[in-house]
Write a protein that binds this ligand. Structure first.
Ligand SMILES: C[S@@+](CC[C@H](N)C(=O)[O-])C[C@H]1O[C@@H](n2cnc3c(N)ncnc32)[C@H](O)[C@@H]1O
Length: 224
C-alpha cells in the first residue's frame, strides 16, 4: 500500500484545485480546506460541531463556513466541482448517510467529482484507539452506504487504498490530539490510562511513536 505523509498530499496528487469550487463536508478545524484554498480553490466548509473546534476566526479569504450537517446542504444545486468527505461520512448518522450522498450529488455540477476518504478500522491507530473509541461499526456502515447510494449514481468510480502515519513524541502528545477529536464521545480519563498507554508504547519506532492509518478512497465522476 502506498504511503503518504498526509491525506492532503493524496488530494493534491489526485486533483488540480486551481479555480475549483470545493465543498469540504465535515471540515473539522478547516486546516485541510485552507490548504486547498492556497492551491487556488474556493472552499465552502460544512461543519455541525463548530463550537467543539474552538476556532476564533474560522472563515478567511476563499474559505466560507456553513454550520450544519451533510444531511441538508444550504448550497445551490449544480454549483460545485468537487465535494469531499474526508474521514467524515462515518460521522453522519447511519440513517442519514444516503441523504448525505444524495445532497452531495445534488450540489455537484454534472462534471463534478465526489471524493470520499474513510479510515479503515485496522492498523496501529485502530489498536491504540480501540479501548476508548471503536468506530468499526460506523465505518462499516459508511462503506455500505457508499456501495448502496453512491455507486448507482455515478458512471465511474476509482477506488484505491493508501496509508498515512502520524508521529508523536510521547503519550501526552497523543492524548492531547485525541481530545481535540473527541467531540464529546469520550473523556480524558478514557484516553489517559494505562491500557491505552501500554498499546501506545508498542508503536515506538526510534525515538518517537508511529501510528499507522490505512485509508480507502472512492473517486466518483460521470465524465472522463
Ligand atoms: C474525524 S473528523 C474529520 C475532520 C476533517 N475532515 C479532517 O480530515 O481533519 C470528522 C468530522 O465530521 C464532522 N461531522 C459529524 N457529524 C457530521 C454530519 N452529520 N455531517 C457532516 N459532518 C459531520 C465532525 O464534527 C468532525 O469535524
Amino acid at each position: 500500500m502506498k504511503h503518504y505523509d498526509s491525506d492532503i498530499d493524496v488530494l493534491l496528487e489526485t486533483f488540480d484545485f486551481k479555480g475549483k469550487s470545493v465543498v469540504d463536508i465535515g471540515c473539522g478545524d478547516g486546516t485541510k480546506a485552507k490548504l486547498l484554498v492556497e492551491k487556488g480553490a474556493t472552499v465552502v466548509g460544512v461543519e455541525p460541531n463548530l463550537e467543539s473546534w474552538k476556532i476564533e476566526e474560522y472563515e478567511s479569504e476563499g474559505f466560507k463556513i456553513l454550520s450544519g450537517g451533510a444531511e441538508k446542504l444550504e448550497l445551490e444545486s449544480d454549483s460545485a466541482d468537487i465535494v469531499i468527505f474526508m474521514y467524515s461520512l462515518h460521522h453522519v448518522p447511519t440513517e442519514s448517510m444516503g441523504t448525505a450522498i444524495q445532497e452531495a450529488y445534488r450540489v455537484l455540477k454534472s462534471t463534478g467529482i465526489l471524493y470520499i476518504a474513510e479510515p479503515i478500522a485496522e492498523g496501529s491507530y485502530q489498536e491504540v484507539s480501540e479501548p476508548f473509541i471503536d468506530e468499526t461499526p460506523i465505518r462499516a456502515n459508511a462503506i455500505a452506504a457508499i456501495e448502496k447510494f453512491a455507486k448507482p449514481k455515478f458512471k465511474f468510480c476509482n477506488e484505491f487504498k493508501y496509508q498515512v502515519s502520524e508521529y508523536f513524541n510521547d503519550f501526552g502528545e497523543f492524548v492531547d490530539e485525541m481530545m481535540r477529536y473527541s467531540l464529546d464521545r469520550y473523556t480524558l480519563e478514557d484516553v489517559n490510562n494505562q491500557r491505552v498507554r501500554d498499546r501506545f508504547e508498542q508503536t515506538q519506532s526510534d525515538n518517537r511513536y508511529q501510528l499507522d492509518q490505512p485509508v480507502k478512497c472512492w473517486v466518483f465522476h460521470n465524465s472522463d
